[in-house]
Design a binder for this molecule. Structure first.
Ligand code: FRU
Length: 507
């Protein structure tokens, strides 16, 4: 009889424990500033997205992560998976540091034909290629502290085994020698690695992911050199049936609105050498807060991109404590043309529509000096999406505000032909001198109609203008959610269409 009571109490205690934990979990995704439509780990620091690959029906996202600190430290590869690139499942740490160093940025490939010989019993491996950064060597004043290593997984990316003869590509004694991004080049039947080396990208080739041969260098003196080159990504993209090659080069600092940002080149790659069609400065995202962006492997003829949503100027001191930093929405890349030159267009992947729960359309609005449209929108909440369309000779400012009188302004200036995000009064801004800024971006489109799509989350705003021709990402820290929306302009501007979508949380 007593035993029965004991078990009964044990079950009750268990139920209470499970419920308490569930409550803790709910709370843990609802803290102030916690992104609701962007991925974050439950706690601690993140920077670059790494090793993204689609494999066996699952999208993998690995990332630079401090397992035990909310600042950059003990860098390992964190891991998350998704079926649709919108909703994410947090996974255990994938790769921890070892005696060769921290686990810096890199990529993952599916070695379908087991060229590496790391497969077993007919199972082809996933192979991760990453930089190992040896802090002790660096501190001792040596220059050969960044080397490339590999690890393999035989269970679809859940567990990783380090290759016994690491590193596979040794430092030639250059301090910045990192961030390998690898793909299988069908036309030469070789693996190609793009590697960031100080102020240029070096291309290496390999038959087996283990032995690497240098093919060429690209970039010294070309494009933007306001800082060191990092995290490259070379991949083919079609434009009107013709195959072009895009080369992303992350640059820190030197970004169009200060700090770190992702520039790119469009050109041709013949299996050995990359030759750009133009060397004008172009940026994937002109806002202050997209960096280290690279693309998914193994997604057939689609190219999906994700960036780190922060800036090295202040990433370590932004006012979140439990976790620090996040990623952009996943974007699909395509090629467009502007003034006889190729540009990369980025648009949120179509699956993001699954988060839309309600919408409201307003037409023919005259935005004079002050037009409050909050009452015309049912349930204005954050996260949300706003689409707005107007003729080019109008100028428009969309102002989000909260009860603390904090304001975030996003708009288009027709005289200067540029978009802007003004976060000077958006909330907490005093943690860094370069945070309270107005960032600007050129309009890269000649259409008479201007289109702006905004995604507003708890601590970020993304602007996709003219079907992804100009993109801007900015983080913000309002003390309470914005709850009003105002339109204004210098003259009486006519807004043809404004559509508001209420979005649901991914958590
Ligand atoms: C870019 C970067 C990479 C490096 C990683 C270290 O943000 O500096 O070059 O591999 O971060 O965390």
């Amino acid at each position: 009889m007593k035993m029965k009571y004991f078990y009964f109490h044990l079950i009750i205690l268990n139920i209470i424990f499970v419920q308490l934990n569930a409550q803790k979990l709910i709370k843990s995704n609802q803290e102030k500033f916690r992104p609701q439509i962007h991925f974050t780990p439950e706690k601690n620091w993140v920077n670059d997205p790494n090793g993204m690959i689609f494999y066996n029906g699952t999208y993998h996202l690995f990332f630079q992560h401090s397992p035990n600190a909310s600042v950059w430290k003990d860098i390992s590869w964190g891991h998350a998976t998704s079926k649709d690139l919108v909703n994410w499942t947090r996974k255990p740490i994938a790769i921890y540091p070892d005696s060769l160093g921290l686990i810096f940025s890199g990529s993952v490939v599916f070695d379908k034909f087991n060229t590496s010989g790391l497969g077993k019993n007919g199972v082809a491996p996933l192979v991760a290629i990453y930089t190992q950064h040896d802090m002790l060597k660096e501190k001792s004043g040596r220059n050969d502290f960044q080397n490339q290593s590999i690890a393999f997984s035989l269970d679809g990316g859940e567990h990783w085994n380090k290759y016994v003869n690491n590193p596979v590509l040794k430092s030639p004694g250059i301090r910045d020698f990192r961030d390998p991004k690898v793909f299988w080049n069908k036309s030469t039947n070789k693996w190609i690695m793009s590697l960031a080396v100080v102020d240029h990208i070096s291309f290496y080739s390999s038959k087996d992911l283990i032995n690497w041969t240098k093919e060429s260098d690209f970039g010294t003196g070309l494009g933007n050199h306001g800082g060191v080159w990092e995290c490259p990504d070379l991949f083919p993209l079609k434009f009107e049936g013709k195959q072009l090659w895009a080369l992303l080069v992350n640059t820190n600092p030197g970004g169009p609105n200060k700090g770190s940002a992702t520039q790119y080149f469009i050109g041709n790659f013949d299996g050995k050498k990359f030759v750009p069609y133009s060397t004008d400065e172009k940026w994937i995202d002109y806002g202050p807060d997209e960096y280290a962006g690279v693309t998914w492997e193994n997604t057939a003829n689609k190219k999906y991109f994700i960036g780190w949503m922060s800036n090295w100027m202040y990433a370590n001191i932004v006012p979140t404590e439990k976790w620090r930093n996040s990623f952009t929405l996943t974007r699909e890349l395509s090629i467009g043309k502007f003034k006889n030159d190729f540009i990369i267009k980025s648009n949120p992947i179509s699956a993001i529509k699954s988060l839309e729960v309600d919408s409201e359309e307003l037409t023919s609005l005259i935005s004079s000096s002050d037009l409050n449209i909050t009452n015309k929108i049912k349930n204005f909440t954050v996260p949300s999406k706003i689409e707005i369309e107007f003729e080019k000779n109008n100028d428009v400012i969309i102002c989000f505000a909260n009860k603390n009188k904090e304001q975030l302004k996003v708009g288009f200036d027709d005289l200067k032909n540029q978009f802007f995000i003004d976060r000077t009064k958006s909330g907490i801004t005093d943690f860094h001198k370069d945070f309270a800024t107005v960032s600007i971006a050129p309009r890269l489109c000649d259409n008479s109609k201007v289109k702006m799509t905004l995604y507003l989350d708890k601590s970020s705003i993304e602007l996709y203008a003219d079907d992804g021709s100009t993109v801007m990402t900015s983080i913000i820290f309002p003390n309470s959610d914005y709850n009003t929306v105002n339109l204004s302009s210098k003259k009486n501007s006519k807004i043809n269409k404004l559509k508001y979508f209420q979005l649901k949380s991914i958590w």
